[in-house]
Design a protein around this ligand. Structure first.
Ligand SMILES: [Cu+2]
Length: 190
């Protein structure tokens, strides 16, 4: 059965009005960023570290970064760097919040205590969205703009490794880490 599809033209971002190509390219590069992580933490390897702090900025009607990966217990600050209002919120299972509206130069914090994936939106600008991935262990990495990643200090053992991109997770791939060794694993996303 066919369903009617509503096409909504995306409003141009402020940055796109001035430098269309570079802003679009930057946007695409941000969406190419993936998160690669161990399916489960090595036994006994995770020591509770100091509660972390991270930032997700609101700039040119975009969340910066588009993908943020943190450990549980981390507090994320959501500063508004635009001269317009935003209203950051999430309906995610692990953390629901609605920060309300606040002007440029102000910020509100949210602490994430449960592992999982948080989709972040702006109630005013429907084109604004971002992801926060919350892990109960430190063995994850956000890829750089060319898709490279390193997960450091993984204790020797066998693991499943997952690559996540824009809400889609790969099947876990097996990898064996030897003492002092380097394991290489390539993923194709999309
Ligand atoms: Cu907004």
């Amino acid at each position: 059965m066919r369903r009617p599809v509503t096409v909504v033209e995306r409003r141009p971002l402020v940055a796109e009005l001035s430098t269309p190509e570079s802003a679009a390219a930057r946007d695409a590069a941000e969406r190419n960023r993936s998160v690669v992580y161990l399916e489960s933490a090595p036994r006994g390897a995770f020591e509770q570290s100091e509660p972390g702090r991270a930032v997700m900025d609101q700039r040119n009607e975009t969340f910066v970064p588009h993908v943020l990966a943190i450990t549980t217990g981390t507090t994320v600050d959501f500063p508004n760097s635009d001269r317009i209002y935003h209203n950051v919120f999430s309906l995610s299972k692990i953390k629901r919040f609605d920060l309300g509206r606040y002007p440029v130069g102000h910020s509100r914090p949210v602490r994430f205590d449960q592992p999982g994936i948080v989709r972040v939106f702006c109630d005013i600008h429907s084109h604004m969205n971002a992801f926060i991935l919350v892990f109960s262990h430190p063995f994850f990495a956000v890829t750089d703009s060319e898709g490279r990643y390193h997960i450091n200090n993984v204790p020797p053992g066998g693991y499943g490794v997952i690559a996540w991109n824009e809400g889609v997770s790969s099947e876990p791939r097996p990898v064996t880490v030897t003492d002092g060794g380097v394991a290489e694993l390539d993923f194709a996303v999309r």
